[in-house]
Every structure is written in structure tokens, then in C-alpha cells.
Design a protein around this ligand. Structure first.
Ligand code: AMP
Length: 442
């Protein structure tokens, strides 16, 4: 059972119950100099909130998971309580700068309306005179959802004039889209130049707080579990983690690149030959820092990449030439369970195998169960790991599941997120203007 910081889930062994969404005293290094929505006067104001409603849809356009919509309800409800005029902006999918009807935010407006039990009006576009007219006619407590931002190519180009057109709609700008904060796009960077008052929402606060609890000042031992396919995507993360963690557990396809780098036969397993030196770099770094590095000791191997493949369990020294390793084996599950047994903080990103196929899902699901039942604060990165935790039905037992895959990895790597940097820059500018104003008056 994970350790929780907020009062919405069960309480962990340390008994901390802190509603971080409304806790105005809790600050971490990551959100230093950041203004939050509850620091601002938003009553009767037009408040443009950048949210991430990039939800999965089935082939009929039905939302299959509305977690991303639910995650920003605290911010929307707060703005409603304060009597703001709420304008929501989001992208959905990859329309690549064109109007794609199947990627309209119509289903999102309907779902949000049902969750809030309130009308949510969908604007026909996200910028332009018609949208400005709708926004100018809003009354306090009204909610308008702008149409998909990415119907305009200027959004992903971080185009200034597109940012200015979005900015025209608002008196206050709030960014609550953690999952897109690692992208420098117009709706989270350029727009901040054109709205005087900017800040972050409660989801952003929650993400940054959990993250900083895990990495800035963790309760140790701190264990990171990293899986997934490509080491090249995560090498920066692995090197950076070597500076912070006590133990680093590596599973998934990337473990095979490590074994190849160590000179073992890996058959036809997925491997990034161009990343062998990167794997060696991580091993060297782990040695230098004296952290404990755990690699699999056995694998489930298959004769082809297929759910109907013939499979067997072999040790890491015995992967046959024509077979591929698609999951960690039972001995590895036991080893990794022991590795996390005394952990007080666990960070996990990336599956242990090809969990999308039943035959190769056991390693990942066993790991989900071990992490979920640990006595640690457990933080799960978004993306595939989030899907695996949901599928295993262990969602409620994790302390926190991040809504951001790429943003989570960027933070793990120690990178600044452009969406957050833009808010801080604006706040610093506003503070220096205020300082100058006071000096001029003195
Ligand atoms: P990533 O996006 O790098 O986190 O990788 C996630 C993907 O890695 C999932 O779709 C898994 O199916 C895949 N994966 C995990 N383990 C393996 C493996 N041993 N061989 C090939 N693909 C894998």
C-alpha cells in the first residue's frame, strides 16, 4: 500500500495526510517562484486554463479513459467557486495543423459537462472573432471549451501571433497541463507574453510536489525501476538517476541492450546497437556512484514476436541464437521484489516486457503487484506503466500516477519544462515591474 500525500486515497505507513492541492504552505524547489491559481484574484475574470484533455478514443470516438479530464477537476471547481469565467484550451491527438473532425473536442465537452453537472459550451475554434465574441458574452461561472488547439499549425510552432490571439481571450492564464509542459508550444509558452497575470493549476502542483518529494528530498532507500524498449530515449534519465537513487532496477527491452554491451548472446531480442556505449556509460556511472544496479537474471524467450509464439524460460547466459527475450523471468521477479522490499520511495517508468501480449505480461504485472503492496511512497510515470497499473487493477494502491509520460521523463532527467519556465519568467518580470513601481512611488 503506497504512502499518500493527499487525503483522497488511503493513508500510508507514515500517516502523512496532506491535501497538497489546497496546502498553501508546502513548497518544493521545483515550484519555487511559481504562482498558483489560489494566489490570484480570479473572481469575475476571464480565466484561460491550459489543460491536457488528450484522452484516448476508440474507433467510434468514445472516450476510453477520462483520467486526464478528472485530474483537472480540482482546478476547474476552484475557479467555479471563485466565480471566474472559465475558458479551457487543450489539444487532442495529432491533427498536424489541420481540422480533423474525428479529433474534435466534442466528446470531451460532453464528458466534462457530465462530470461537472453543468453546461460546457464548445467553441467552434480556439481563436478568431467568433470565439472572442463567445468569450466576451460569458458570465461568471460559465465554461467554454475551445476547439482543438492543434487544428492550427502555429500551436506546435510556438507562434507568437497565435499566442497573442489566445492571450486576447483572457485576463488570467493558468497552466494545468503537466503532460504537455515539456513542449514549447504557443498555448503554454507564447501565450504567457500576452496575459498580464499567469499561474499554475492544482494538477501541476500535485505533480511537482510528488516529484520533488521523491527526488529532491526522498525518504531513503530510494529505488528507481526503469523499463521499456529503448535505452536511447532514457539514457539521460538513467545517468541522472545514478546521482540520486540507492538502487536502480532495469527491466524491459532495454535490459537486452545492457546484456549485449556486457558481451552476452541476446539472440534476436530487440537491441539498440548504436546505444551499446550508452549502456556501458550507465554501468560505469552506477559503479562510480556505488549504487546497486539490478539487471534481470532470467527471461521469457520466444521463437517469434507473436502471442502464439513458442516460449521458454532461460537464464541470461542461455538466450538461444534464434530466440528473443520478451519478458523478465520468474527468478528476476523474485530478485526485483527483494530489491524493492525495504524501499521507502519507489519511482517506476517503463514495463518489464511486452505486456500488451498475455504471454509476456507476467513480469510487468508481478512488478505492479510488488510495487503496489510495498510500504513505500510509490510514484509511477505515465505512458505504458500507467496502462499496466490500470490493467492490473492496482491504480488505487499507488501513491501517485503521473499524468505525463514525456514531462515525467524530462523531470527525471533534471530538465526544465518550458511550460513551467514560461510561467516563472512571467512571474519574475511582473515582480520586477512591481518593484520598479514601488521605487518610482518612493
Ligand atoms: P517505452 O516507450 O520505451 O517505455 O517502451 C514501451 C514498450 O516497450 C512497450 O510497448 C513494450 O511492449 C516494449 N517492450 C518491453 N519489453 C520489451 C522487450 N523485451 N522486447 C521488445 N519490446 C519490449
Amino acid at each position: 500500500m503506497g504512502l499518500f500525500l493527499q487525503d483522497e486515497g488511503p493513508c500510508g505507513v507514515h500517516g502523512i495526510q496532506r491535501d497538497i492541492v489546497r496546502d498553501r504552505t508546502w513548497r518544493c524547489k521545483l515550484d519555487k517562484d511559481l504562482t498558483y491559481i489560489d494566489d490570484l484574484d480570479i473572481a469575475k475574470k476571464r480565466v484561460l486554463i491550459r489543460v491536457d484533455f488528450n484522452v484516448p478514443l476508440d474507433e467510434k470516438g468514445n472516450i476510453t479513459d477520462d483520467t486526464r479530464i478528472r485530474s483537472v477537476l480540482p482546478t476547474i471547481n476552484y475557479a467555479l467557486d471563485e466565480g471566474a469565467k472559465i475558458i479551457l484550451a487543450s489539444h487532442l491527438g495529432r491533427p498536424e495543423g489541420k481540422r480533423v473532425p474525428s479529433l474534435s473536442l466534442v466528446p470531451v465537452a460532453k464528458r466534462l459537462s457530465r462530470l461537472l453537472e453543468k453546461e460546457v459550451k464548445l467553441a467552434p475554434d480556439c481563436i478568431g472573432p467568433e470565439v472572442e465574441k463567445i468569450v466576451n458574452e460569458m458570465k461568471p461561472g460559465d465554461i467554454v471549451l475551445l476547439e482543438n488547439l492543434r487544428f492550427h499549425p502555429e500551436e506546435e510552432q510556438n507562434d507568437d501571433s497565435f499566442g497573442e490571439k489566445l492571450g486576447r481571450l483572457a485576463d488570467v492564464y493558468i497552466n494545468d497541463a503537466f503532460a504537455t509542459a515539456h513542449r514549447a508550444h504557443a498555448s503554454n509558452v507564447a501565450v504567457t507574453k500576452y496575459v498580464d497575470t499567469v499561474g499554475a493549476g492544482f494538477l501541476m502542483k500535485k505533480e511537482l510536489t510528488y516529484f520533488s518529494r521523491a527526488l529532491e528530498n526522498p525518504v531513503r532507500p530510494l529505488v528507481a525501476i526503469i523499463g521499456g524498449k529503448k535505452i536511447s530515449d532514457k539514457v539521460g534519465v538513467l545517468v541522472s538517476l545514478c546521482e540520486k537513487v540507492d538502487k536502480l532496477v532495469i527491466g524491459g527491452g532495454m535490459a537486452l541492450t545492457f546484456f549485449k554491451a556486457l558481451g552476452y548472446e541476446i539472440g534476436t531480442s530487440f537491441c539498440e546497437d548504436q546505444a551499446l556505449d550508452k549502456a556501458n556509460e550507465v554501468i560505469k556511472k552506477a559503479r562510480e556512484r556505488k549504487i546497486k544496479l539490478f539487471l534481470p537474471v532470467d527471461f521469457v524467450v520466444a521463437d517469434k514476436f507473436s502471442p502464439s509464439a513458442e516460449t521458454k524460460v532461460v537464464t541470461y547466459q542461455e538466450i538461444p541464437k534464434d530466440w528473443m527475450a520478451l519478458d523478465i523471468g520468474p527468478a528476476t521477479v523474485t530478485l526485483f521484489a527483494e530489491a524493492i522490499q525495504n524501499a521507502k520511495t519507489i519511482i517506476w517508468n517503463g514495463p518489464m516486457g511486452v505486456f500488451e501480449m498475455d504471454a509476456f505480461s507476467r513480469g510487468t504485472f508481478a512488478m505492479v503487484s510488488n510495487v503496489a503492496n510495498s510500504y513505500a511512497m510509490t510514484i509511477v510515470g505515465g505512458g505504458d506503466t500507467d496502462v499496466a497499473v490500470h490493467r492490473a487493477g492496482e491504480y488505487a494502491k499507488m501513491s501517485y500516477i503521473s499524468t505525463g509520460g514525456g514531462a515525467f521523463l524530462d523531470l527525471l532527467q533534471g530538465n526544465d519544462l518550458p511550460g513551467i519556465v514560461a510561467l516563472k519568467k512571467k512571474a519574475a518580470k511582473a515582480a520586477s515591474w512591481e518593484h520598479k513601481r514601488i521605487e518610482d512611488h518612493a
